[in-house]
Design a protein. Structure first.
Length: 225
């Protein structure tokens, strides 16, 4: 990955930090949550820099350590009373704005494709339309929560559609990686996400976006009932 232009890494790092700041705002500036996330990010940074994730042929793949723990924590939050109480207190307006980071993320993925570290199907030239979530997020925020011009059902539908877009790219990325169950992109597998700083994408940015959608959907459904 040393051959990558430095601007790609800089843009990605700044985007990830923006995601963390938006998450901090969405959690009502919870110091406990942001310290936990930063500690997790620090651990994954240390592991990435040792080359830990470049070993992709194990069962289960080491890559699972990036994505599974935050997903399990989110799942626990959604099924426990204390967790739901915490998540229900998050600011839905900031949860909506979190998704703006999906625009520079998609641009970064395109640059990585041009430098042959991810396949084309992971970009907006392929099967990835996730950039639409990032482009529409400011509109949903402004029309829905500043002008109050969008019905709650419209915002709910937007969250569901964008959640499906997120799931699509996550599944594509996993199936394009050189794991024993790889199904896609054999000519150019997804290897960029095994290296720092791009391990931050599955470790923090994707879980934050997933959490934002699930919590927003839950809050909107509660408002309807």
């Amino acid at each position: 990955m040393e051959h990558l232009p430095i601007y790609i890494k800089i843009v990605f790092i700044l985007t990830a930090l923006l995601s963390l700041w938006l998450l901090y705002k969405a959690t009502n500036q919870s110091k406990a949550i942001i310290i936990t996330v930063l500690a997790w990010l620090g651990l994954q940074t240390a592991l990435s820099l040792t080359g830990f994730y470049t070993v992709s042929r194990g069962v289960p793949p080491r890559f699972a350590l990036l994505l599974v723990p935050p997903l399990m924590l989110l799942f626990i939050g959604l099924i426990t009373p204390a967790g739901r109480k915490l998540l229900d207190g998050f600011d839905i307006k900031w949860l909506t704005l979190i998704h703006i980071v999906r625009v520079p993320i998609e641009i970064t993925l395109y640059w990585l494709f041009l430098h042959k570290t991810i396949p084309g199907i992971m970009t907006f030239e392929g099967h990835n339309f996730d950039i639409l979530a990032g482009l529409t997020a400011p509109l949903v925020y402004y029309l829905g929560y500043v002008k109050n011009a969008l019905h709650k059902n419209v915002i709910l539908a937007w969250n569901i559609i964008c959640l499906l877009l997120l799931i699509n790219i996550v599944v594509t990325a996993v199936l394009s990686a050189p794991f024993h169950f790889q199904k896609l992109a054999f000519n150019q597998p997804n290897i960029a996400l095994f290296y720092f700083p791009f391990t931050w994408l599955p470790a923090v940015v994707v879980p934050a976006a997933l959490m934002a959608h699930l919590v927003s959907i839950r809050q909107l459904l509660i408002q309807k009932s």
